[in-house]
Design a protein around this ligand. Sequence first.
Ligand SMILES: Cc1ncc(C[n+]2csc(CCOP(=O)(O)OP(=O)(O)O)c2C)c(N)n1
Length: 658
Amino acid sequence: MQYNNIKIEKRVQIDLYKRMLKSRMIEEKMLILLRQGKISKWFSGIGQEAIAVGVASAMLPEEYILPMHRNLGVFVTRNIPLYRLFSQWQGKANGFTNGRDRSFHFGTQDFNIVGMISHLGPQLGVADGIALANVLKKQKHVTAVFSGEGGTSEGDFHEALNVAAVWNLPVLFCIENNGYGLSTPTSEQYKCEHIADKGKGYGMESYIIDGNNILEVYAKMDELCKKIRKKPAPVLLEFKTFRMRGHEEASGTKYVPEKLMSAWGEKDPISNYEKFLVKEGMLTEDIISVTKKEITTEINDNLKLAFDEDDIVLIQSKELNDVFVKHDYQEFKHGDTVENIRLVDAISKGLKQSMEKHDNLVIMGQDIAGYGGVFKITDGFVDAFGKERVRNTPICESAIVSAAMGLSINGMKAVMEMQFADFASTGFNPIVNYLAKSHYRWGEKADVVIRMPCGGGVGAGPFHSQTNEAWFTKSPGLKVIYPAFPYDAKGLLATAINDPNPILFFEHKGLYRSIYQDVPTDYYTLPLGKASLLKEGDDITVVSYGVGVHWALETLNKHSSIKADLIDLRTLMPLDTEAIYTSVKKTGKLIILQEDSLFGGIASDISALVMENCFEHLDAPVKRVASLETPIPFAKNLEDNYLPKERFEQVILDLLSY
Ligand SMILES: Cc1ncc(C[n+]2csc(CCOP(=O)(O)OP(=O)(O)O)c2C)c(N)n1
């Protein structure tokens, strides 16, 4: 048959019916199990099946789909064995997350599906990254990502559509407008008439589609997929539909007017399509009944498998080990040739060598291309590697962190330059929830390094001076590197880029152009989790990192009578606790100096660890020296007072005489 000039073969028409029917029947079964207390929560897509099935059916199996919580039809269309879905929903090992995440919160590379995180919006930017990888690999694939209309109010929606438009990415943004976001009606969610109207603002094509008409959904998707595979560009699709059940089963639908519900009930996508196929002579009552029996058997057989499966076994070491991808550090040694360069040069040269080493490495950041970045780290990179791999981004940290995740999912490596570490706050959600948790949740790595120019003492005020490493060391799943010297910075950056785990790489702006060192010209790596002992002495242990190391050196050089071990941590996660304990056991006294404000910082944890592990070796209380508990002030005398540099001298002298 032809639908809107698109030919839809008979086999496809029947498949569309069977896939929708299977989705519906699985859901109906789940609602029964929910009432029996056999599963814990259910987000229903009843009435919306045509969208997930229609979109997924128009795509190639090798093309990525990023579904939401009402898109069971995507999983059914991709033929995921049902027992695996059922095990997933019961938190069992045959699911996709080893019992670590629930419902549709999982992805699977075997089926090219990337499931949601609860925060909804970041999915949209991840789709951008996946699509970008396809473009860079010259793979003519589309990527489809779902959101509800509620999710379009998140900043991530704006950011992701804007990036996709500016970069001409072949992404189908599929918005299921089902009338309500939890209890909030569309009139309280957005002001324009149609969400599709927003497409014009982003400079992209957009369409309104009857989401309850499977033929319309499939035909339009088929047309668009074919078109944007040839000529990459994003498209915004608004599927008009309705949520026929509560947000999740427990929350009900009392706030939905009955008339609205019954009007949409008339538009049920499955029963209407079934009638149509019967009328067309493609289905008979007999075929329907046989199909339903087959699906019932498949559901029951697979449910039995899932119910018979044992509960997940807790193995604590596995829980801990699965937070990161297992990665064996590979040492690259350097020769004897060195050059005396600044921290900023060491980072730039290290990054350049990694770009040469890894063809699949892409750098993204604001003003990093022709302009070379605000600190000029990527100066000349466009000439060397081209604009495809050295990408200026719009001002949208959240979408770019998410896109970096998408690049990683689709086989690339990403380095993102935060223009200033302070602005990680606007990309915070995908860092701590997407990058950090993906491997633990569904075994997917996040091969991403985020470079973080940070730190005070440069008269830059509260929003360009923070050193916010503790925001990230608190989140399991992230590694955090914080070098103080050019040699360490170059080697650790190379290691960070080789490591497929998500890494925050802190670079102190105050040290960029003030610290010189002889740095090997070769490419080389340094291991993570190894502190360096800069000075040795028996009186006291001084632990620091970043600019604090230089403050400590200054003080110790001034008081040459102090015999101290000075430990530069170099990496905060993993933390070299052994180096700290060994030294404290020798000296009996510990002072920790950090640039960050005191409460909740790295120093507090080191202090606690030493109390717990070295208590009987201590001859004095552990001392922490840090910045004041205020935002960072601008005026020089206020900032000098805020920073702990001056206070450190007195505290170490007091501790020595304790
Ligand atoms: C950032 C964030 N805020 C709030 C929520 C809670 N929440 C989960 S789903 C949802 C409604 C989503 O509505 P919509 O995007 O329209 O999708 P629908 O559920 O209607 O399919 C809300 C408010 C959340 N998960 N994440």
